[in-house]
Design a binder for this molecule. Structure first.
Ligand code: NI
Length: 159
């Protein structure tokens, strides 16, 4: 595994839609390991492949609930409620902003073995899922920020 360079806002790759993954390869398996390693190195709670320059539909999430989630070709099936709170992104270093997201989401995805699964998440996990799924569509949270982008403090969660 290796730590990869995180692309930052202004890099065109972050605005492009990602391609679905049809089958697991050593290259993608390696990418998944690197997503986690790069995310932990940067104290993030989620990281999407385009953030390391790969236009494939895979994200890594760890919101410190004891699980590492790999979501391949994720598709949000259902949402409910709403939460308004601060959000950050490793591709927008040092900044954060207020974003409203669903409080609960149900997502269908494939795991690292290409087994389909359903994940239901609430709170921070729901926020992270929405944020990362947006990355795969070439969308950044900055377009959803209510008010101004602010300078982040050390403790901010970044995706
Ligand atoms: Ni992000």
């Amino acid at each position: 595994m290796a730590i990869r360079t995180v692309r930052v806002i202004g890099d065109e790759i972050l605005t492009k839609p990602c391609k679905p993954i049809n089958f697991m390869t050593p290259r993608i398996s390696n990418l998944i390991g690197d997503l986690f390693e790069t995310m932990y190195e940067n104290n993030g709670v989620g990281l999407a492949a385009p953030q390391v320059g790969i236009l494939k539909q895979v994200v890594a999430i760890d919101v410190d609930d004891g699980n590492q989630y790999v979501l391949i070709n994720p598709e949000i099936l259902e949402t409910s409620g709403s939460q308004t709170g601060q959000e950050g992104c490793l591709s927008v270093p040092g900044k954060c902003g207020v974003v409203t997201r669903p409080e609960w989401v149900k997502v269908k995805a494939f795991d690292e073995n290409m087994e389909e699964f359903i994940l239901e998440g609430e709170g921070l996990l729901a926020r992270a899922i929405c944020h990362e799924v947006d990355h795969l569509k070439g969308q950044m949270y900055v377009s959803l920020v209510e008010g101004e982008l602010m300078d982040a403090t050390e403790e901010e969660e970044e995706e």
